[in-house]
Design a protein around this ligand. Structure first.
Ligand code: EPZ
Length: 421
């Protein structure tokens, strides 16, 4: 298994291009199942998760072609030839569960494996199921699979989520596009990913209003047609790389970055003493020296501080002056990076969903590993300013969500290399 070796190497400088958003692209790909005409996605990130979902879609009868060096994906679900998403596929990638809504809406039937638990929390799918039941699907849970059927089609309904679920909103949204009548999703996710999905569905002929607010209304249509859609920039990759100069010093321009994709995160980063400037090409982040200042962070659904940036922010706060309190409100087990950062010399006390970080002057390199994507990348970031070498193992987590991370950070002066294992 490959590892990544990072050495503290002084301030960073240069530009990093931001790739298309993984979590957006995955949901856009599921939309291809809704139409017998082709959906073409551009600005596709070259990541293993994208390939995994591509393979699942192929198993359902959707043709998937990667063009232009993997940047463009053509999907064509002329006919759904299989309605079953296997455990082996869904286990590897939870976002696979989002084929459920499109499959049952288009084919009238779907058999999708329940995803099971996950390193960052239980991650139930009860709200996805509640939404589909409201839309009239008959559900049966059997041997680890959800059997959903709606032989006469889905029917519009009012779906009210008790709390925000991104995946649940997106499963309901895609399914409702082909339901008869009007669907109203209340307490809907407002994430940019969900808004981009609604935009893509609209260009396929769906009638959607209110995306980006907490109430989305969908007027069902008989069929959707083909479209071409550009995936938005990855705001989590953007926030991750914004932490790099914050931690290691220097100045980096993030090409394609936009503040409105992560304004709560930008506000907090600025509060630690980091400067962020809009440029013609994206966002420039500067750390002109001096120690960062501690801040308190509470994760929340969009437009709040993204849980997917909590680990990276913690890596930054490990060397800030003062005490920072991080409150993780979305997932119950999302501090797996803390014990690893402690091995690098950080002072962190975790009690349930709250982590108290007392800043130290400097971290020290160590051999570390993490069990999820964002935790892994926080260790690389910490290594950028640590004394000595940091070896991050289980790199396959990183390859799921960061495109060529060692090349992107290497290009701005970081000492980072992949060690084949
Ligand atoms: C999406 O996961 C993202 N994944 C996650 O990114 C992200 O952390 C999360 O949204 C929150 O922003 C993708 O888009 C592929 P949720 P999702 O449904 O949709 C609970 C990353 O690192 N819940 O908004 O699964 C759930 O357990 C990943 O890229 C239920 O209880 O998240 C969690 O506590 C990790 N029942 C909370 O809701 C349900 O039916 C929010 O989850 C659904 C969710």
């Amino acid at each position: 298994m490959d590892s990544i070796l990072v050495k503290g190497n002084g301030p960073l400088s240069g530009q990093i291009p931001i790739s298309g958003a993984k979590n957006t692209c995955l949901k856009l790909m599921t939309a291809a199942l809704l139409s017998d005409e082709p959906l073409t996605l551009t600005n596709v990130p070259r990541l293993s998760d994208i390939k995994t979902l591509g393979a699942l879609l192929e198993s359902l009868g959707c043709e998937v072609a990667l063009l232009q060096d993997g940047r463009v994906m053509a999907l064509s679900a002329g006919e759904i030839t299989n309605r079953k998403a296997d455990y082996e596929m869904v286990r590897k990638l939870r976002a696979s569960f989002n084929v459920l809504g499109p499959l049952v809406a288009r084919a009238g039937e779907a058999v999708v494996s329940l995803p099971g638990g996950c390193a960052i929390g239980a991650r139930k799918v009860d709200l996805h199921l509640m939404a589909l039941e409201k839309l009239g699907a008959k559900l049966d849970l059997n041997e680890g699979y959800v059997h959903a059927s709606a032989p006469n089609g889905l029917k519009g309904a009012v779906i009210e989520f008790p709390f925000v679920t991104v995946g649940g909103t997106e499963n309901a949204l895609t399914a409702a596009t082909l339901a008869k009548g009007t669907t109203v999703i209340k307490n809907a996710a407002r994430e940019p990913d969900t808004v981009d999905l609604a935009k893509c569905l609209s260009s396929m002929g769906a009638k959607i209003s209110g995306a980006g607010t907490s109430e989305i209304t969908i007027e069902g249509v008989d069929r959707l047609h083909g479209a071409t859609h550009e995936v938005i920039p990855d705001r989590i990759e953007l926030g991750t790389f914004m932490c790099a100069p914050a931690i290691a010093g220097g100045e980096i321009e993030l090409i394609g970055g936009r503040r409105e994709l992560l304004s709560a995160f930008c506000d907090k980063l600025e509060a630690t003493g980091i400067a962020i400037e809009d440029t013609a090409l994206g966002l420039k982040v500067s750390n002109t020296g001096g120690r960062a200042t501690a801040v308190d962070v509470e994760t929340a659904p969009f437009p709040g501080f993204a849980t997917d940036l909590q680990a990276q922010m913690m890596a930054h706060l490990c060397t800030a002056s003062g005490v920072s309190v991080l409150n993780e409100t979305i997932f119950e087990n999302r501090f797996m990076h803390a014990p690893e950062l402690i091995r690098m010399g950080a002072k962190i006390d975790v009690q349930g969903g709250i982590a108290k970080v007392t800043g130290v002057e400097k971290l020290k390199g160590a051999q570390v590993m993490a069990t999820d994507l964002r935790a892994s990348v926080s260790l690389i970031l910490a290594g950028l300013a640590a004394e000595g070498e940091t070896l991050v193992s289980r790199v396959y987590h990183l390859d799921r969500g960061y495109e060529r991370i060692e090349e992107k950070l290497g290009a701005v002066g970081a000492s980072i290399e992949r060690v084949k294992g």
